[in-house]
Design a protein around this ligand. Structure first.
Ligand code: FRU
Length: 474
């Protein structure tokens, strides 16, 4: 049971030391594997290993020994894992188990190249492939983060790879020999920083038969509110090239908060789910936690929705209801009026709040996690059509000049929200997952209320539920 100050109670963080990106996400025989960038000797980023944890439900995690160690080819940077069911690689040695293959970047002193490792015992022990690297560096400085999937219609493995500020696609029949297919991105999207951690997935557009390909790309720096952020592109993939449906200038951010990065999906899963690293390279090495640093987001289900003529990525948190403490506080009908603030006491900062907007005349609605002297303030601004998360007064903010901030997200309508609070993070899902903000904060006080406030007119909610959430640490 981890109970240190700030320790999230139902999000994964390692027992100790430094963690960044989720890696090697793969589902196999009832277990969700989560590998992660890990520095087992320190609380700051350093020689990268792959840490490892598994879960049966994406909520309770069991940490396993470090899976991959740096070697003479370099550190083990980010990458993915697949189940090679047909043994295309020939690396299978067990009668009982399929071979699990990890595809990662070897970050050497001179350059970055792609390598593989394999496990024939459900990810418990790993062997690096003798023929590494499987893709040599072609003279590109940033050449990393391979994400691989089996592309059914062209009958081959496809790798998306971050190369400077574009994505390159490679194809392979066997995970060992790779051929360059195409590149995407130089003229599309945001380019304020280096592109990292791509993922290419196919998703259904809600309420249609239509399927679209989504290319996910992390970018650092260059986020709308500063630092690291995830962008995505909607289009098609024919086994060779990705073509984008949107204009070149269109930028789509998956999450406008400051603390959702390097997010990728689980492979070998029928429903698409991803998880992100809940931090930002601007201050990740300084956040005031001990003896561990960094935490993952809540896993989120993904789909697409057509909204205002655009196809948007929709994220909804996995179902956490099995973690609810009893009783659920329910308010069928909650009207917030300008003259009177509604206060709700919170036993702990471990709560899921949901509400539907019935009617909104307020120019501004604010939802505040309020201590005595500190607060985390969320503002829904109907006039400016935006949401702001203000963490400037949210407790310990002094550890980095980049941390105290007011972060903004455009919002053209407001019909519901889900707010997940876990000790030192919030994840805010608005309009059934179509607008999302993830933010860290480091409260110093013990007693908090949740304050609902309206300005210039009333706002009425229905189906307000407040659930306290149990810890998932054993
Ligand atoms: C993203 C990233 C990756 C890299 C890893 C190194 O956060 O920079 O591009 O593989 O972290 O730890």
């Amino acid at each position: 049971m981890y109970k240190e100050q700030y320790r999230q109670q139902f999000h994964f963080s390692p027992k100790e030391k430094w963690m960044n990106d989720p890696n090697g996400l793969v589902y196999y025989k009832g277990e969700y594997h989560l590998f992660y960038q890990y520095h087992p000797d320190s609380m700051v980023w350093g020689p990268m290993h792959w840490g490892h944890t598994v879960s049966k439900d994406l909520m309770h995690w069991e940490e396993l020994p470090v899976a991959l160690y740096p070697d003479e080819l370099g550190q083990i940077f980010s990458g993915s894992a697949v189940i090679d069911r047909d043994n295309t690689s020939g690396l299978k040695t067990s009668d009982q188990e399929d071979v699990m293959v990890a595809i990662f970047t070897h970050h050497g002193e001179d350059n970055e190249k792609q390598s593989i490792a394999y496990s024939n015992d459900r990810g418990r022990t790993w062997t690096k492939y003798e023929g590494n690297p499987v893709i040599e560096n072609p003279g590109i400085k940033d050449f990393r983060d391979p994400k691989v999937f089996w592309h059914e219609s062209s009958g081959k493995w496809i790798m998306s790879l971050a190369c400077g500020d574009e994505i390159q696609f490679y194809g392979s029949p066997n995970l060992l020999e790779w051929t360059f297919l195409s590149a995407f991105g130089k003229e599309y999207g945001a380019h304020g920083g280096v592109w990292e951690c791509p993922d290419l997935i196919q998703l259904e557009v809600e309420e249609t038969e239509e399927k679209k390909w989504v290319l996910i790309v992390s970018i650092n720096p260059g986020g709308p509110n500063g630092g690291s952020v995830v962008q995505y592109f909607i289009g098609d993939f024919n086994g060779e090239t990705f073509t984008c449906d949107d204009d070149k200038e269109t930028i789509k951010w998956a999450d406008y908060g400051r603390d959702f990065y390097a997010a990728v999906t689980w492979s070998n899963l029928s429903e698409p789910i991803w998880i992100g690293w809940m931090s930002n390279w601007q201050y990740a090495n300084q956040v005031p936690t001990d003896p561990y640093r960094s935490v993952m987001s809540i896993p989120r289900k993904l789909k697409l929705r057509r909204e205002n003529e655009q196809v948007k990525l929709i994220q909804t948190p996995i179902d956490l209801s099995s973690l609810y403490k009893e009783p659920t506080l329910v308010d069928e009908h909650l009207t917030v009026v300008p003259t009177k603030t509604k206060q709700m006491n919170l036993n702990e900062l471990q709560v899921l709040v949901q509400a539907k907007v019935e009617e909104n005349q307020a120019s501004l609605f604010t939802l505040t996690l309020n201590g005595e002297k500190e607060r985390l303030h969320i503002e829904f601004d109907r006039v400016k059509q935006e949401v702001r998360v203000d963490r400037t007064d949210s407790g310990n903010v002094a550890f980095s000049e980049h941390f105290p901030s007011i972060d903004r997200m455009p919002l053209s309508f407001f019909k519901d929200f889900t707010l997940i609070v876990d000790q030192s993070s919030i994840e805010l899902f608005i309009n059934d997952g179509s607008s999302v903000m993830t933010e860290l904060f480091y409260p110093l006080e013990q007693t908090y209320t949740l304050e609902w406030k309206a300005m210039d007119g009333e706002i009425t909610f229905s189906n307000v539920t407040i659930n306290e959430i149990k810890s998932t640490w054993k």
